[in-house]
Design a protein around this ligand. Structure first.
Ligand SMILES: [Cu+2]
Length: 309
């Protein structure tokens, strides 16, 4: 575990403690889905971006200014059993689902409440494998949902009670950054799609006198000439991609175990037919999926170049 991840965890623990009754949460998926059903769903953004120097205590949170997601699909789907052992790459996960290959029929919503623009990221055959949300900002002390639609596969294996669909999600915290230039240069206040500064609701408390520091006087987050700290360009909500990734391999940003996860549940009637032990399987996008869908070009303006993002 790296300093930056300890740092990030500390922020989450602090937040969980300060918000009574609220579970410790990273970016997740709003609703579980029953097998075979379509779901108008969304990613849950439960806190803003961290801002601190390497190894230092979290200073305050900064706005999430965009998000990208890559879903498992077809030949890029890595199927795992409950122990995490890979069952199959591509195909139907050794008979886990009824279809020949995984296709979630991912669709973006045209109505973005937090981020004005949603783009569908497609492969060379036009299949939607990812989504990019941009042109907006989430005030760091609020929460947000970024919408998407999928259709859950039908589970063929009656002993699989839950199929955990892991999605590679990135919350962006800065623009034109990569592993090489993160921590250098200034942090620029978020802009809308016409280049105007975005107004961000302030968090204040008359009782305690708390005022979100950077937005205190203007209602806008001001540029920070010395940046927002190293490893704070984005929050990655996935572990090292299977098969390796040439774009997403920064140990400072990769999670030790966490994935943003959509749970697909099997029907009770199907589970009643299981003669053995009920298990949870998972499926995730491979390194190839990350490298071909969340390319530098597809993740502008948050990234720069096409290596070490
Ligand atoms: Cu978190």
């Amino acid at each position: 575990m790296t300093l930056s991840k300890i740092k990030g965890l500390t922020l989450c623990v602090l937040m969980a403690l300060s918000a009574a009754g609220q579970a410790l949460a990273h970016t997740g998926v709003r609703d579980t889905v029953e097998e075979g059903k379509a779901s108008y769903n969304g990613f849950t953004i439960t806190h803003g971006c961290n801002n601190s120097s390497e190894g230092g205590p979290p200073a305050q949170q900064y706005p999430v200014i965009g998000q990208a997601a890559v879903f498992p699909f077809g030949d890029n789907a890595v199927w795992r059993d409950e122990a995490g052992t890979v069952i199959q790459v591509g195909g139907n996960g050794g008979g886990t689902i009824t279809g020949a290959k995984l296709s979630l029929a991912v669709t973006g919503y045209s109505d973005g409440s937090t981020f004005k623009t949603t783009e569908e990221l497609v492969d060379s055959l036009g299949n939607i494998q990812g989504l990019l949300y941009k042109d907006g900002v989430m005030a760091p002390n609020l929460n947000a949902i970024t919408p998407f639609k999928i259709t859950a596969p039908t589970i063929a294996n009656n002993c699989v009670k839950t199929l955990k669909i892991r999605i590679g999600v990135i919350n962006y915290c800065d623009t034109e950054k990569n592993a090489g230039n993160d921590g250098k240069g200034s942090w620029k206040s978020p802009k809308d799609d016409s280049g105007k500064d975005l107004k961000i609701p302030k968090t204040t408390s008359a009782a305690s006198g708390f005022v979100q520091a950077d937005a205190a006087n203007s209602g806008k987050f001001k540029d920070i000439p010395n940046g927002n700290g190293d490893n704070n360009r984005a929050d990655w909500w996935f572990t090292a991609p299977y098969g390796g990734s040439s774009l997403y391999n920064d140990p400072d940003l990769l999670q030790p175990t966490f994935w943003t996860t959509l749970s697909v549940t099997n029907k009770a009637a199907d589970l009643a037919l299981c003669a053995g032990t009920q298990v949870e399987y998972s499926v995730e996008p491979s390194g190839i999926a990350f490298d071909t869908i969340l390319t530098g070009k597809n993740t502008r303006p948050f990234t720069k170049g096409n290596q070490g993002l």
